[in-house]
Design a protein around this ligand. Structure first.
Ligand SMILES: [Zn+2]
Length: 302
C-alpha cells in the first residue's frame, strides 16, 4: 500500500475535515440544500465544521448530502478507511478494518458499505466503450460452495455479468438469470453501441450483439482464440481477482450486498492505472451526492 499513514489527515479530525472540504469545494463552499455560495462558516466550538447558508438559512457540514452523513465515525478514520479500501487489491474484511482503525465490527461493517457506495459513485454511470473500443462481456457464478458454509443449507450460486472495456472501465452486475432479455438490458444500458463486443458463445448474446458495431463470440476452450484481439481475458481477469477476494477476504457474500462488493472491485479495476492515493481521492469524490442510510442498508439486508 503506498499510503503515508503518518499523514496528519489520518489522525486529526479537523485536518481531515479541512482536506475533505478542499476536495469537495476547492475553497468555495456551496450549500448542499439550495446550491447557493452565499454561505459562511459558523463560529464557536460547538459549531465546528458547520456552515450556515445565508439564502435558505439551513446549516450544513462537509458530510451533508454525502455517504458520510449520519455517520459518527470521525473524518480522519473515514479517510484512513477509504485509503485502505483503495489500496487493498483483494478487499478488506470488516473485522480487520475495525481492528486497523479502532472501531467496532458493526461500525466497520457499515463504514465499509458506505465506502463501497462511494466507489460505485466514483465508477460513473455513463456508457463504457465507444467507437474503436472493445468491450468484453462475460458471466460467472459466485458462491454456493458447501465448504464455505459452517452450517445450514448451501447457498445458491449468484450470477454476475461483467462488462470490461479493454484497457478501461469495468462494470459488474448481479443478475437473476442469463436470458437474452436480461443480458440485453445490461448491455444496452451500459455499453456504447459504437463499441465492438466480445462475449463467450452463450446464445443470449447473439441477438443483442447485432446492435453493436461488431460482435465476436469467443470459445473459451479453444486456445486459438486466446491469441490476438479475440478474447475476453480482461473480463476473466476481473472475475479471477473478484473470486480471490470473495474466497480469501469475504468468505461468503450476502446476496443482498453482492452489488456493493462488485462496485468495490469494479472501481479498483477501472482505476488500476492510478496510484492508491489518487484512487482514494476519486472514492471520496464519488461519495459526494450519494447517501447510504442505516434504514436502506437494513432493508437490503432483510
Ligand atoms: Zn442554502
Amino acid at each position: 500500500m503506498n499510503i503515508d499513514i503518518t499523514n496528519p489527515i489520518f489522525h486529526d479530525a479537523a485536518k481531515a475535515e479541512a482536506h475533505i472540504e478542499e476536495t469537495r469545494w476547492g475553497g468555495e463552499p456551496v450549500c448542499p440544500h439550495c446550491g447557493s455560495d452565499n454561505v459562511h462558516r459558523m463560529k464557536g466550538k460547538t459549531q465546528a465544521g458547520m456552515f450556515l447558508c445565508n439564502d435558505c438559512r439551513d446549516k450544513f457540514t462537509v458530510r451533508t448530502g454525502t455517504v458520510m452523513e449520519r455517520s459518527h465515525v470521525p473524518l480522519n478514520k473515514w479517510l484512513l478507511a477509504t485509503h485502505i479500501m483503495a489500496a487493498s487489491k483483494k478487499g478488506m474484511s470488516a473485522a480487520q478494518m475495525g481492528r486497523m482503525i479502532g472501531v467496532s465490527y458493526k461500525t466497520a461493517w457499515f463504514l465499509c458499505h458506505r465506502i463501497r457506495e462511494a466507489m460505485d459513485g466514483a465508477n460513473g454511470d455513463g456508457p463504457i466503450g465507444g467507437a474503436g473500443q472493445i468491450v468484453e462481456a462475460d458471466e460467472t457464478y459466485v458462491g454456493g460452495k458447501a465448504k464455505n458454509r459452517a452450517w445450514g443449507p448451501v447457498p445458491k450460486k449468484q450470477i454476475v455479468v461483467s462488462l470490461v472495456e479493454r484497457g478501461g472501465a469495468s462494470r459488474s452486475f448481479h443478475v437473476a438469470n442469463v436470458h437474452a432479455n436480461t443480458l440485453r438490458g445490461v448491455l444496452v444500458q451500459n455499453v456504447d453501441r459504437a463499441s465492438s463486443l466480445m462475449t463467450d458463445e452463450h446464445k443470449g448474446y447473439i441477438s443483442v450483439g447485432k446492435e453493436f458495431t461488431s460482435h465476436h463470440a469467443v470459445n473459451h476452450r479453444a486456445a486459438i482464440y486466446a491469441e490476438g484481439m479475440f478474447h475476453s481475458n480482461s473480463a476473466e481477469n476481473f472475475f479471477s481477482i473478484f473470486k480471490r477476494g470473495v474466497v480469501g477476504t469475504y468468505h461468503h457474500l450476502s446476496e443482498a450486498h453482492l452489488h456493493r462488493y462488485l462496485a468495490e472491485f469494479d472501481l479498483r479495476a477501472s482505476t488500476r492505472d492510478m496510484s492508491d492515493a489518487e484512487r482514494a481521492g476519486e472514492i471520496i469524490k464519488g461519495g459526494f451526492g450519494r447517501r447510504l442510510t442505516y434504514r436502506r442498508t437494513n432493508r437490503l439486508a432483510a
